[in-house]
Design a protein around this ligand. Structure first.
Ligand code: SF4
Ligand code: FE2
Length: 623
């Protein structure tokens, strides 16, 4: 129906929503509509429940209703407190993910992990050098043990600096120090947000926001960067690989397993278990042709980048995968997993398997995963999925045909390799104007915006204007699904970018990984700025999160801006009730960190803001 066509640009979504409607099954879009109109106080960010004198809410009308909370907090104080609590939530999520990787490296170095190994010795050596760990005459396990202890310590330490923040240009670090936002320990900055936002502590909106930026830097240049770097050491640094994306990657004649969530610690072992001969034989014994592992959300990106495992879809498609009736198991760990999956899976044969003690769900079977027995637990989980194939109801199966080929795996190392060993050819292309600038386009999906339109609309407009796009998260999946990650997509780019892509054989949109891998983008920006002898804020680069929804995205936006990168948000953050906070985020931040936010819900106009920003930066650089 017409209504369904309005919800997404993706034909698989239309087909699955049609099917859901016929079966009387609700999805995220239905629940969103039932919620409308959403709470106006919440939208403005002016409700507070930080103490039990309240809850309080500030009237948006000056001559009517309360202008202060019971404690005396103004709208700006409440908005600032709420905003940085979102940063605390997001930074905690990314950083706990990083901590889990450090833990896995520690166990692996001690010989206590069940199936992991150190795959990228070159990266191990480079990180060891960065941390001042001697490598001479030592085994990789000995070096890894020291490195694991050093990165593990970053979370709990009381005094800075965080080692990876020193990858930023010196000017940036100087500015952070001057503003008092150079982070100390990762956990410390998050805890301090919780303390400062308690009733009666920090009631200066600007001071609150500065702490939010500090914690976000501890995420981007701390926890997230640890997650990325240690994942590479354990599982290999991604290199270009071909794959496919969209629900059409499910196979009617195979056992279909969807790995959904975020941490590669689980998904790497699920992948290993899927090629276990005994389990493959078991699947064949049940009449399946084999085991088809596909990924959803960032776990999907991790598997896709390192192994070319197909991407089934992004955040808004998790329920739709189940509605195909072809998923034998949805295996999840942490983050972005809808609790709605429990009830939904009961309408189908799909087994919903949770694996982390941190993330349990109604209706899920819990199979606790741990690193010590990783491979044997992964085999049990995959075995359960294979058994469940016997319960599949063929009449209930409908898999959309649509899928696209993609070329992925563009880690910073892979980009430099594709450029012939240095960033110079890219910098030259930027200087000559063949490439106008680089845009990092990232983030979630959100039913407030037509699914994937924000992502694809913005990215297409950028490449048309010779902006090279680097992407992660749900934007990466959205662009992969429409073929923008193929070298042939260079045809959709402006002439300058097209020429560069064609000569290098790369797509105009480069998949750099999962959400924590935005750290890879930071590394590229830092390397470019250092090569040119300028700060990141001087570069013709910009960021965007066209369909963002999570607290993680708030932390990302904050650290990207704190790193000096202008950022466009495609959904409105809950801050407009605080005029001072809004001014600081969209203007004042320029004086503090050399960048600020803009909000623009129209993707083409959003791209326009980014392009104008790049033009201004080019002019200032005299190129
Ligand atoms: Fe109300 Fe202040 Fe308590 Fe918040 S902290 S609920 S504004 S009294
Ligand atoms: Fe993610």
């Amino acid at each position: 129906s017409d209504k369904i066509l309005q919800k997404s640009i993706d034909p698989t979504v239309h087909q699955m929503l049609d099917r859901a409607e016929q079966a009387g099954i609700e999805t995220v879009w239905d629940r969103y509509e039932k919620m409308l109109p959403e709470c106006g106080f919440g939208e403005l960010g002016v409700c507070c429940r930080n103490c039990n004198m309240g809850p309080c809410r500030i009237s948006p009308f000056e001559d009517e209703g309360p202008q202060k909370g019971i404690c005396g907090a103004t709208a700006d104080i409440i908005v600032a407190r709420n905003l940085i609590r979102m940063i605390a939530g997001g930074a905690a999520a990314h950083s706990d993910h990083g901590r889990d990787l450090a833990h896995t490296l520690l166990l692996t170095a001690e010989g206590k992990s069940g199936g992991y190994e150190i795959k990228d010795e070159a990266k191990l050596a480079a990180l060891a050098k960065e941390y001042g760990i001697t490598a001479d005459g030592r085994t990789k396990e000995e070096i890894a043990l020291d490195l694991a202890k050093a990165v593990y310590a970053e979370f709990g330490k009381q005094e800075g600096p965080l080692q990876f923040t020193r990858r930023a240009p010196q000017k940036r670090v100087d500015q952070w120090q001057k503003m008092g936002i150079d982070p100390r320990g990762i956990d410390r900055e998050i805890v301090e947000i919780m303390h400062r936002t308690h009733i009666g502590v920090d009631n200066d909106p600007v001071n609150l926001i500065l702490q939010g930026l500090k914690a976000s830097i501890a995420d981007g240049w701390g926890g997230s960067m640890v997650a990325t770097e240690i994942s590479d050491v354990l599982f290999g640094t991604p290199e270009p690989v071909r794959s496919e994306a969209n629900l059409g990657v499910l196979k009617a004649d195979h056992v279909n397993i969807v790995a959904h969530g975020h941490e590669p610690v689980l998904s790497e072992m699920i992948l290993a278990a899927c090629s276990d001969p005994a389990l493959v034989a078991k699947a064949k014994g049940l009449g399946a042709k084999g085991i088809n592992l596909v990924g959803m959300c960032c776990t999907g990106n991790e598997l896709n980048m390192r192994h070319g495992i197909p991407l089934a879809g992004n955040f808004m498609q998790q329920e739709l995968a189940v509605i195909t009736g072809a998923v034998d198991a949805m295996i999840v760990d942490v983050q972005c997993i809808m609790p709605a999956l429990g009830d939904l899976c009961e309408c189908f044969h799909t087994q919903f398997i949770s694996t982390s003690y941190k993330a349990k769900f109604p209706g899920a079977v819990h199979m606790q995963f741990n690193e010590e027995n990783a491979l044997s637990i992964a085999k049990e989980i995959v075995g359960s999925a294979v058994d469940n194939y016997a319960n599949r109801v063929p009449e209930k199966v409908f898999i959309p045909e649509e899928k696209s080929d993609c070329m992925v795996g563009f880690s910073a190392e892979a980009i430099i390799k594709a450029l012939g060993g240095t960033l110079d050819p890219l910098l030259d292309a930027i200087k000559s104007g063949a490439i106008k600038g680089i845009a990092g386009v990232v983030g979630c999906n959100n039913p407030k915006i037509k699914h994937d339109l924000g992502h694809v609309g913005l990215v297409k407009e950028l490449i048309k204007n010779n902006v090279l796009v680097v992407t992660t998260g749900c934007n990466a999946i959205a662009t992969a699904k429409v073929g923008l990650m193929l070298p042939e997509a260079a045809d959709q780019a402006g002439d300058g970018l097209k020429g560069v892509c064609q000569s290098l054989g790369i797509p105009p949109v480069l998949h750099m990984g999962s959400c924590v891998d935005i750290s890879r983008i930071l590394n590229v920006c830092a390397a470019a700025a250092n090569a040119l002898g300028v700060d990141i804020s001087d570069l013709p680069v910009a960021g965007a999160a066209p369909e963002w929804m999570s607290e993680k995205a708030v932390s990302i936006g904050a650290y990207v801006v704190s790193s000096g990168i202008f950022t466009v948000l495609g959904t409105v953050p809950p801050v407009l009730g605080g005029p001072l906070v809004t001014e600081v985020l969209t203007q004042g931040a320029n004086d503090v960190v050399g960048a600020a936010f803009a909000v623009e819900t129209d993707p083409v106009k959003g791209a326009g803001l980014m392009i104008a920003h790049m033009d201004a930066k080019r002019k200032a650089l005299g190129i």
